[in-house]
Every structure is written in C-alpha cells, then in structure tokens.
Design a protein around this ligand. Structure first.
Ligand code: ZN
Length: 485
C-alpha cells in the first residue's frame, strides 16, 4: 500500500494521489492547482508518472481542484478508464468546459499583452482546450454507486457517501487483505443539501483531508440567523446586495436559503438575480439526482417543486443582460461568480456598486488572502477592478458558517470507526495539519503529514511513530486557495 502525492500534499489544492497497491497503479483525483502564481505554475510541471502505466483514474468529486488536470493527463497520453459517480460525471462536464473556456480566454489576454510588448513567444498556452475536455469526458465511467464494490484491476473499490457536494464519495480500496480509506473531501455534518457522510468501515490506514482540521464551524442555525440579519440590514440600506458564490453546491445552498428566509417572512422579498450561467447549469444536476439530497429537498423535488427558486428569482443568461443589471434601480440581490471575486460576472457588479455606501457585499465563501475577495474582507480601501481602482465603501458582511468541508469534530468522528492509528494528512495548510497531529495523538492516533512527490508506505507509520514534522523548505508558506472549497 504505497502512495505518492502529486498534489494536495502540504497544500489544499491540486489533489492527485498515485496509489500503488495489489500490483496496480491508480490515480485518485487529478485536480488543478489554484491560487497564487507559484501554485498555478505547478499545473505546467510534469505529472511525474507514465500516463500509459496507470490502470485507472478514480475521481472522488467534481470540484476543479480534484478533476481539473484530467484533460491535461489525457493530452499527455492517458487513455484508460476514469471511474466516478453519475452526478460527478455530469458536474465534471460543466466544471471542465468552464475551465477550458477560462484558460483559452486567459491565453488570448496574455497573447495580446505579449504582442504589445513584442514578446509573443512568451504568451502562455492554455493547459488544455475544449477538445481535450471532450476526450477526457469520453473516458468517464460513471459506475460508482455508494456502498457497491467495483473491481478495478486487482483492486476492490467501494465508494461511500462523503456528504461534501452532490455525488461526492470517499473510497474504501482493498487488495490482498489490506484496506485503505481515501477521503477526497468530506462534508460538514448537518451542513447543507447533502446527507451526512456514511460512517466508514474498518481500515488499515486512512488518507484524510484536513482543510478545516483546526476549526469548529458555527452551528447552522446561528449561521442562518447571521445571514438573515445581514440581508435585513442590507435591504434597509436600499442598495444592491452582492453575493459572490461558487457555482456548485454553494450557489444552490444560498438559493435554497433565500427561498426559505423569504417564504417564512424572516427576510423581505426583493428581486434576486442569479447571474451565473455555470450555477444555472449545475443546478440542473440537482434535479437530475434529486434522490441524493437530504429528504426534505428530495421530496420537494419529487413533488415537482423547485427548492432552489425563490419566488422573486430572475435567471440572467447572456452577458448583455448581465451588464444591463447595472442600470436596475432599487434594492436587489445579485448572486454571481466567481466565489473569490477573482474573475467572472461578479467583477463588473463590484465595479458598478462597490464604491456606493448603500451597497452590501455579503461574503459566504472562504476568501484566500491573495484573492480580490481576500483584500476586500481585510478592509483594503480600494481594489483594482477591470482596469479601474475602485474605492470600497460598501458594507461588507462575512458569513463563515456555510462551509461544505468537515470541521475538526467531523474529522475526528469520521476517523473513530476506522479503528486504525495510521492517519495520513493531506489537503490542508501545513500549520493546520501540524496542529492537528497532537489532537490525534490524544486519541491514540498517529497523524502524519503526507510529503509531496515522495512515495510512502502507508502501513509504516504506526510502527515508526510518524513522519517527521519538519516540512520541506519553501512549503511552509503554501497558501490556502480556491481548492479549499
Ligand atoms: Zn471539494
């Protein structure tokens, strides 16, 4: 049972883990590095594996930091199967096509800049384009169903419900009497639209995500009360209420919450504009896989209701409609991507409204320190938006409790039934993982930070007391990024 991390070791982004077990080599997730330039540069590095030697790729869920390098792997020669759940296959199409489009757009911009400067050969080519995405999508085998074992070469792979986003799974992988659990991303219990993760079966080792291993989320009712309070104040202020949101899961959680709050009268009804074609497309998958959701939502969808449609919702499709929203008078809620405000339609809404004191910006997602959103929530007086310096005069609310990730207590509850002391930590900030190790030790568990790029025998840690906690030079400052979603 040997693992080499090709991403999400000592960082929260670029999840990709090469597993050598039972004589097979499989890649668990194939995510894109997102964040600052140094992280994104890692997408252009060699994978460090022979794509043709891989028996299979297995995807835990459709977030870009878990699937975003798949078209690149295919471009570099991979032709084998890619196993996933049916919802992950549907969402991955939306996510990867959007990623290709953004990359081609970024390339065109970079090319224009390079031409102006007479440095055309320096323009960075897109990592992949739509054709690569279609070739990757053709390899998807959406045959993983929760609790059902499939044979991948000599490996027995059983996906279980991870409760993180629609279709998300953690994996029990067995060969030769050895049992490994790979978590992918785990959800927060009693969190949002997904049922809680299934308690895991016994295992010999666990590779676990640790995004929020140092944090306990606010209880959901307190978060909802805080969100409702922010909306009431914002509506009284009379300006636009901007809610930047990720397109998958977070947008649906917010739409559903707005519907409940307006129907119960806790928040006055005002027009809501959903200005995110990607969120609109993703929401269709929630209808298609209604049976996956928590019972009240599943039942509502099966009765033909739309729990993601507040009565005042307008769906904005074209770019023209989106720009015309700038002239709309009176209070209204505008939900647009992307979640960290680093691109997408939220940017022109911010340019229009951020300088007005009556505007409210309601932040419901994690903002990485270097992102535009990160600068706004840490009280930057002005921010650059589409070529202008825009003063921040809007009232900024940050609502932290909508996270789709397991918190510290969720992670400990997850580990308990596995009965193994061998816990390998991935997908976290180094200082968070280091602080989690003694918490695990109090419970008799040996927590080990997964090193990047180096193969480890997952069964050794219990005997030798864990990998040394010293980090490789240069990794300490690795920042949390969009991958944290
Ligand atoms: Zn995720």
């Amino acid at each position: 049972m040997h693992l080499r991390s090709l991403g999400a070791a000592l960082t929260v982004t670029g999840s990709a883990h090469l597993l050598r077990m039972g004589g097979e080599e499989v890649l668990i997730d194939c995510g894109l590095f997102q964040g600052d330039e140094a992280l994104e540069a890692r997408n252009r590095e060699d994978f460090g594996l022979g794509p043709r030697d891989l028996a299979a790729v297995i995807l835990t869920h459709a977030h870009l930091d878990h699937v975003g390098r798949l078209p690149l792997l295919v471009r570099r020669g991979y032709r084998g199967p890619v196993f996933c759940t049916p919802p992950t296959a549907v969402l991955a199409e939306t996510v990867l096509l959007d990623s290709a489009r953004l990359q081609v757009e970024a390339y065109r911009q970079d090319l224009r800049r390079a031409r102006r400067e007479g440095k055309e050969p320096e323009a960075r080519e897109p990592l992949y384009d739509e054709d690569d995405v279609h070739r990757a999508l053709a390899l998807l085998r959406p045959v993983l169903r929760f609790g059902e074992t499939v044979q991948v070469g000599s490996l027995r792979v059983t996906p279980h419900r991870a409760g993180h986003i629609l279709g998300s799974a953690y994996l029990l992988i067995e060969a030769g009497g050895e049992r490994l659990i790979m978590t992918g991303d785990l959800g927060h219990r009693a969190g949002g639209l997904q049922p809680d993760f299934t308690p895991p079966p016994p295992a010999d080792a666990v590779v676990i995500e640790t995004t929020y291993a140092g944090h306990v989320h606010r209880p959901r009712p307190a978060t909802l009360a805080e969100f409702a309070g922010a909306l009431r104040q914002s509506i009284r202020a009379g300006g636009k209420i901007l809610i930047p949101s990720f397109a998958i899961e977070r947008a649906q959680v917010i739409l559903h919450t707005l519907r409940e709050l307006m129907e119960s009268g806790e928040v006055p009804r005002v027009p809501i504009f959903l200005d995110s074609p990607m969120a609109t497309r993703a929401t269709r998958a929630y209808f298609q896989f209604a049976e996956e959701l928590i019972p009240p939502l599943r039942d509502a969808l099966q009765r033909g209701e739309d729990p993601f449609r507040p009565s005042t919702l307008h769906v904005v499709l074209t770019g023209d409609e989106s720009r015309r929203l700038g002239r709309y008078d009176g209070p209204a809620i505008i939900l647009a991507g992307n979640g960290m405000m680093t691109g997408g339609r939220i940017q022109h809404h911010l340019r229009h409204h951020l300088w007005k004191p009556a505007t409210s910006l309601v932040v419901v997602s994690y903002q990485s320190p270097g992102s535009l959103g990160g600068r706004i929530v840490t009280a930057a007086p002005t921010v650059p938006l589409l070529g202008e310096d825009v003063p921040v005069r809007a009232h900024v609310y940050t609502i932290g409790g909508f996270s789709a990730h397991a918190d510290r207590d969720d992670l400990l509850a997850f580990l308990n039934p596995t009965g193994t002391p061998r816990v390998w930590l991935v997908h976290g900030e180094p200082h968070v993982m280091k602080a989690f190790v003694p918490v695990l030790a109090e419970r008799g568990l040996t927590g080990t930070l997964m090193p990047g790029g180096e193969e480890v025998d997952l069964l050794t840690t219990g005997e030798r007391g864990g990998y040394p906690l010293e980090l490789p030079r240069g990794e300490e400052g690795t920042r949390k990024s969009a991958g944290g979603e």
